[in-house]
Design a protein around this ligand. Structure first.
Ligand SMILES: [Zn+2]
Length: 352
């Protein structure tokens, strides 16, 4: 039995133990096995298909979208641009996007539903919390935050009956007091509902290992969490997380750059990211990775210099992975089957 098998057996043992000793909230679980919630209702996992693991239709800050749609070019214009881009993505083979926009990133669930309906793109919406807490949220305990996350998973989001299919949490390059509460709350809500977690974890600061410690101190099974933005991080950090049982979110790929990229940037280049993904595939870990753009269509319409720069770097937007990353991965020798594993099989298993 090699180390991976041993780990698998250990994890299987843990989940048996967890099944024997139910969490007090578990009795409330309404989530049907074999299905995942989208903004247009639950679907069978088999219908998830080719999935981009970390995207944002419209990310900003809490309340801005609703109060100031002109900032995004106006609601009608924004819907048109977003629907066009998602239709294009669908034409190029994308079946589902996981939209990890939380309350503090200005999530608008009715907007997501409208754009999903008009584009035909399946969208999984998120509960959880990113790194921009209001004073009201900052004052909450981990238990209160867990209650809020469970509410959005079991009852619905923003006055609708649209339910969250994933829990998104994270921190900046250190774990502050609020980040710790949010991470603990995510672990508790995941244990109570079975819904998986994805994180915002600046990998160059190796912060995913801190997130892992917090999750495990709450008794979370590592396979219930995907440590995000791990494409921009050192190879030994990636290996440490994957061997510990976590999924790796290679979900920030457009933010790399060509070898002669911005001199001040410490980010890994595209080529470095792709070679590290190949090394992980070669080591047998294709079945632990998911790929995404972390693209925000909303941000790309904001008339600020920063966003213009981002758009100049990635004119393909949410199509970067399908147009640039996957051909590049094939060109360095990653087989089609491994790509299918990362884009289709892993998301299905992650949400199961
Ligand atoms: Zn993101």
């Amino acid at each position: 039995m090699d180390r991976r098998e041993a780990l698998g057996h250990m994890l299987a043992g843990l989940s048996v133990a967890a099944a024997l000793k139910p969490h007090p909230l578990e009795a409330q679980t309404t989530r049907a096995a074999g299905r995942v919630e989208t903004v247009r209702g639950p679907i069978d996992l088999a219908r998830l298909g080719f999935t981009l693991s970390h995207e944002h239709v419209a990310a900003s800050s809490a309340g801005i979208w609703q109060a100031w749609p002109e900032f995004f070019g106006g609601r009608a214009q924004f819907v048109k641009v977003a629907v066009d881009q998602l239709k294009q993505a669908k034409d190029e083979g994308v079946d589902t996007i996981v939209d990890v926009t939380t309350i503090d990133l200005g999530r608008d669930i009715r907007l997501l539903e409208e754009i999903s309906r008009k584009s035909g793109m399946q969208i999984v919406a998120a509960t959880g919390h990113w790194i921009d807490p209001s004073r009201s949220m900052q004052a909450r305990t981990a238990e209160e935050l867990a209650d809020f996350f469970v509410r959005e998973i079991q009852r619905g989001i923003e006055g609708t009956d649209i339910k969250a299919g994933i829990i998104k949490v994270g921190t900046g390059n250190m774990v502050d007091a609020f980040g710790e509460k949010a991470l603990r709350a995510a672990a508790r809500a995941s244990k109570a509902t079975g819904v998986p977690i994805t994180t915002h974890s600046p990998g160059l600061d190796r912060i995913g290992l801190k997130h892992a410690e917090l999750f495990e101190s709450e008794g979370l099974t590592p396979a219930k969490a995907c440590i995000g933005h791990t494409d921009n991080s050192p190879a030994d950090y990636q290996l440490a997380l994957v061997k510990r049982g976590y999924y790796l979110g290679m979900d920030n790929v457009p933010r790399g750059g060509p070898p002669a990229g911005t001199p001040q940037s410490t980010a890994l280049t595209w080529d470095q990211r792709y070679m590290q993904i190949k090394a992980l595939v070669d080591a047998g870990f294709a079945d632990r990775m998911m790929i995404g753009n972390d693209h925000s269509i909303g941000m790309s319409l904001q008339p600020t210099a920063n966003e213009k720069g981002r758009l100049a770097q990635n004119p393909d937007g949410m199509l970067f992975v399908t147009r640039k990353t996957l051909p590049a991965l094939k060109a360095i020798g990653i087989p089609d089957q491994a790509i299918r594993t990362m884009m289709v099989d892993v998301p299905r298993r992650f949400f199961a």
